[in-house]
Ligand binder design. Structure first.
Ligand SMILES: [Zn+2]
Length: 452
């Protein structure tokens, strides 16, 4: 039957796979792994792969990835050879950068499992943003949206005369979001018949209510205050949550040094090059980016050493020398060591050498309970520094707030609303803010076809 089939991700956050089918053909959107710690998963990863590729009919014309988070792309290595895959051009660069690191560790450990980079070589960048491509009667138009991942996508899908908006993960309070969310929906989307929307924050209402930081601009203002007040600032932030990374970089006081490792510096370079034309206020090279090299060996910086900003002829990447930053004070972007024995443990070592480090925790607050860390990797990183005197929690969500979801519903005037990427699809009908749209909400069942 022609229609929409959400294999996984209706009653859970992550592990997303959605099918749009017409006749003997289909496209898939995302092929994600269950998030670590997912309880009562709708389907385990292996079972899902078997279910999606169970029969030879229909033909899979393409798999389209919304963005690079693991709960959307994590099972890409399980997609059979010969099936076309697409992702954003810049997202692909970031994925390849991550894969280089992952493959390097696999090689070092002598792991024989399939390397990641060759699979990424199979993925093509989107044909053209804002332009439809026809997959045997399923027309897909990719649109760039705001999320806590760089170069994330929504899709307009036209199928059997119906116009469908598939949001993927999105928000309206990041660096691009504030300027473009309403404009994007008004000018590029407009009236739709079916809205398939993520609803992460509908299952995180308490988190939304308790978080005093709502936008990236607020995050940047608060960060600047904290950085002024402390000499040794250590920021725990996801290296690919680019908007927040740029907010921290832009908030460093002029008398302090900005420090990060080589991998983070490469991510920043990709992000700035992709975005500085569109968001020069937030995405440009400001002060120097001091790169932490093992044993202060400048050779490790590789190409970054030679990189010159085209229009200013400046070298933005400099090697971080301990003498320089320990005297001036600094803001250091750090990551917890998820893999004991790997190189990432050096942040813990650096932390141990500091006099009075102040932690800025800017990851999902769900990893904390009553302000205290529970995750063993974070507990080990913080090493007892999770009290108010040593740590500030400032974080913006990667997902749309309830008010933005309502705005989206109002602007797209759908006849049917299908919630997904939420633990509370049923709550969509109960929420006061969605009252006007209550009767349109269709809670699907995983693996069932919603016929069109
Ligand atoms: Zn995401």
């Amino acid at each position: 039957m022609d229609g929409i089939r959400i294999y996984r991700g209706i009653n859970q956050i992550g592990g997303i796979v959605t099918e749009f089918r017409k006749g003997g053909h289909r496209i898939l959107i995302d092929f994600g792994a269950n998030l670590p710690g997912t309880e009562n998963a709708e389907l385990e990863d292996d079972a899902m792969v078997r279910q999606v590729f169970a029969d030879k009919d229909p033909v899979t014309d393409a798999v389209l990835f919304t963005h690079y988070h693991g709960d959307h792309v994590g099972l890409r290595n399980r997609i059979p050879q010969g099936i076309e895959m697409y992702a954003g051009a810049t997202a692909l660069k970031i994925m390849k950068l991550i894969a280089e690191g992952v493959d390097h560790v696999k090689r070092k450990k002598g792991l024989t499992e399939e390397y990641d980079l060759p699979v990424l070589e199979r993925i093509k960048p989107y044909w053209k943003i804002g332009e439809a491509k026809d997959f045997h009667g399923i027309k897909v138009t990719p649109l760039v949206c705001d999320h806590s991942a760089l170069d994330a996508y929504m899709f307009i899908i036209e199928l059997n005369g119906k116009r469908i908006l598939y949001t993927g993960d999105f928000r309206a309070h990041g660096i691009p979001g504030e300027e473009t969310f309403e404009k994007l929906i008004k000018t590029k989307v407009g009236k739709t018949d079916i809205l398939i929307t993520e609803g992460t924050m509908v299952s995180r209402l308490c988190e939304e209510a308790s978080n005093g930081i709502r936008t990236e601009a607020e995050l940047a203002r608060k960060a600047a205050e904290i950085f002024e007040a402390h000499k040794e600032n250590v920021v725990l932030v996801s290296s690919t949550n680019i908007d927040s990374v740029m907010s921290f970089y832009n908030s460093v006081p002029s008398d302090k040094a900005f420090l990060c490792d080589i991998y983070q510096a490469k991510v920043m370079r990709i992000a700035i090059e992709a975005r500085h034309r569109y968001f020069p206020g937030s995405y440009s090279y400001r002060g120097n980016i001091y790169v932490l090299c093992p044993d202060e060996n400048e050779y490790c910086m590789g190409e970054l050493r030679k990189y010159v900003i085209p229009h200013t002829k400046r070298h933005p990447f400099k090697m971080a020398r301990a003498g320089l930053y320990s005297e001036k004070g600094f803001v250091m972007l750090a990551r917890v060591n998820r893999d004991p024995g790997s190189e990432t443990g050096r942040f813990e070592k650096r932390l141990a050498q500091m006099t009075d480090p102040h932690i800025i925790y800017s990851m999902w607050t769900g990893y904390l309970k009553d302000g205290k860390a529970e995750d063993p990797a974070i507990v080990s990183f913080l090493d007892g520094r999770d009290d108010a005197g040593h740590m500030d929690v400032i974080h913006t969500s990667g997902h749309a707030y309830v008010e933005d979801l309502k705005k989206l519903m109002d602007m797209t005037e759908p006849e049917v609303i299908i919630p997904m990427h939420t633990e509370s699809a049923g709550n969509f009908r109960e929420l006061e803010q969605f009252r006007d749209h209550k009767d349109k909400i269709e809670v699907c069942r995983p693996g069932e076809v919603y016929g069109i």
